[in-house]
Design a protein around this ligand. Structure first.
Ligand SMILES: C[S@@+](CC[C@H](N)C(=O)[O-])C[C@H]1O[C@@H](n2cnc3c(N)ncnc32)[C@H](O)[C@@H]1O
Length: 427
């Protein structure tokens, strides 16, 4: 265990030992260490009880099975945005949080001012459905599916929903008075979003950045110091932090991961984030170059959607030129559901098929499997579709594998939609 990990374990244990006796439910225990993952809370409580650092009554009261209040939380009937996909690191704000952030933006601006949202589609949706009093709200967002869903909504100024990958696309020329950014919670994404926020704002602007709370993982405070140094290089001066005030709903992929890890019934809304505030200080052009993002699961992913379920396939241009081989889904983890949502899990690099329910697989011909999946979703004949796309040889030599893959995809789609309806359980 690294020394950072030691410090983290000691800190979360001390915090839980302190708060647990005053907590009535598992949700209270979860909230007492903002951001701490539910399976970690269970582990720490077990360890504290085993060492008699909390009493047996407290331990029994705080078991997740004794959670009192509400359903485990199937995906809310929210059809205006696509179901979050784990590869987008898409954790959506609770409604109250979106409303509060919007009010802050309104208080800090006047009619005629520009507000830019970076990777915050639910905040943009909140702004679009409220009275805008002359402010111009823009969203810059990488996900094509999210962008097209928002553009088709009533009251949305489609031109202000901009499909933009901050890591590589040109930024629009905007001079925002307020920028709100919620990057994937990793240092390189945060640096990228701050770099963009500086370029898209004018001197004196307020920049609001969502960040993981202290319990989220080891090293959050050290990361934050490094982020603040980077912000200064970009011309952004940190001036405030509010801890644990951002509420997030638990996306279906996270619920699946929790259920696969043995935790059913985790109440929604346990995930909290911190709001870090910066002021844009200068106009100059000395800001550093655009930072790069590297990931284990990097690569080009293409998506097929079916009744809300989203399946992504990873392949590169080379795959489209070579003859496809075997399209069957091959298991990577027991039960197929990835039990964590953490970037630190090395199995992520091996996945070439990934669902919105956090199921991952390896596949030798993801492109062929995508074509099979598309045929299924269009109720087209799979064999004829494959021949039309790749020629007859593929079916001559590999028809049995194609039929197996077709069956696997049909089963997968059924499983995913059952998981979605039941809040993480596939049964
Ligand atoms: C952590 S989520 C934040 C969602 C926000 N809490 C909300 O409710 O609207 C991150 C968002 O940033 C988007 N995103 C991730 N990387 C991006 C990039 N390089 N450029 C633009 N958007 C990106 C994702 O698609 C996702 O919508």
């Amino acid at each position: 265990m690294s020394s950072e990990e030691h410090v983290y374990q000691a800190t979360i244990s001390a915090m839980l030992a302190h708060h647990a006796p005053h907590c009535a439910t598992f949700l209270d225990a979860l909230r007492s260490v903002p951001g701490l993952y539910p399976t970690e809370v269970v582990k720490v409580l077990e360890s504290l009880a085993a060492r008699q650092l909390i009493d047996a009554a407290t331990f029994l009261r705080l078991r997740p099975t004794s959670f009192a209040g509400g359903a485990p939380g199937a995906h809310r009937n929210d059809t205006s945005l696509p179901i979050p996909h784990p590869l987008d690191y898409d954790w959506r704000f609770e409604d109250d949080t979106a409303r509060e952030l919007l009010q802050r933006c309104v208080r800090a601006t006047q009619a005629g001012d520009t507000v830019v949202f970076l990777g915050t589609p639910s905040l943009f949706r909140e702004a679009a459905s409220s009275s805008q009093d002359g402010r111009a709200f823009y969203l810059l967002e990488r996900s094509e599916e999210t962008v097209s869903a928002l553009r088709s909504m009533e009251h949305v100024h489609a031109g202000r929903v901009m499909r933009c990958d901050l890591a590589r696309d040109d930024l629009p020329l905007l001079e925002a008075k307020v920028v709100v950014a919620d990057p994937p919670w990793y240092a390189s994404d945060t640096r990228l979003f701050l770099w963009a926020a500086a370029r898209l704002s004018r001197p004196g602007a307020e920049i609001l950045l969502a960040q993981p709370s202290i319990g989220t993982r080891p090293g959050v405070l050290a990361e934050r110091e490094a982020i603040q140094r980077w912000a200064r290089e970009c011309g952004l001066e940190p001036h405030g932090i509010t801890t644990g005030n951002l509420g997030y709903t638990s996306p279906p992929f996270e619920r699946s991961a929790l259920v696969a890890g043995g935790l059913e019934g985790v109440p929604d809304g346990w995930r909290r984030g911190d709001l870090v505030e910066f002021r844009r200080t200068r106009q100059d052009t000395l800001s550093p170059n655009r930072p790069e993002i590297t990931r284990q699961e990097a690569g080009a992913w293409a998506e097929v959607t079916h009744h809300g379920t989203r399946i992504r396939f990873k392949y590169d241009a080379e795959d489209s030129r070579t003859a496809p081989a075997d399209p069957r889904l091959l298991p990577l983890v027991e039960g197929d559901v990835l039990r964590t949502v953490s970037l630190r899990d090395p199995v992520r690099a091996k996945a070439s098929v990934w669902t919105s329910g956090n199921r991952i697989f390896f596949c030798r011909s993801p492109l062929l499997l995508k074509v099979i999946t598309e045929a299924i979703t269009r109720s087209a004949d799979v064999e004829a579709t494959v021949i039309a796309r790749f020629g007859p040889d593929v079916c001559r030599s590999g028809l049995a594998n194609i039929r197996t893959a077709e069956g696997q995809v049909r089963e997968l789609l059924a499983l995913e939609s059952r998981t979605l309806l039941s809040g993480g359980r596939a049964g």
